[in-house]
Design a protein around this ligand. Structure first.
Ligand code: SF4
Ligand code: SF4
Length: 72
């Protein structure tokens, strides 16, 4: 699952728009810079494709290293 460093976000919406699984949406909280930032509305749908991280111009999204995710 993705980690969103919300303080870096400037609410461009790219991560929400380009996620192939519609995992993300812009939330209702503002960060310290005054921008609404994304949250995972469907975290279980995430396939760790890293498209969101690649699209983010602020480097605000990280994915855990492969093998670090415990799927049970
Ligand atoms: S890693 Fe892929 S599936 Fe998961 S939130 Fe990002 S774009 Fe969506
Ligand atoms: S792509 Fe990055 S800066 Fe843009 S809304 Fe998503 S987290 Fe924020």
């Amino acid at each position: 699952m993705v980690v969103i460093n919300d303080y870096l976000c400037k609410n461009c919406g790219y991560c929400v728009k380009f996620c192939p699984k519609n995992v993300l949406e812009i939330g209702t909280q503002r960060n310290k810079r005054g921008h609404f930032y994304p949250v995972a509305k469907e975290p279980d749908a995430c396939i760790s494709c890293a498209v969101c991280a690649a699209m983010c111009p602020e480097g605000a999204i990280e994915l855990p290293p492969k093998g670090d995710v415990d799927n049970g």
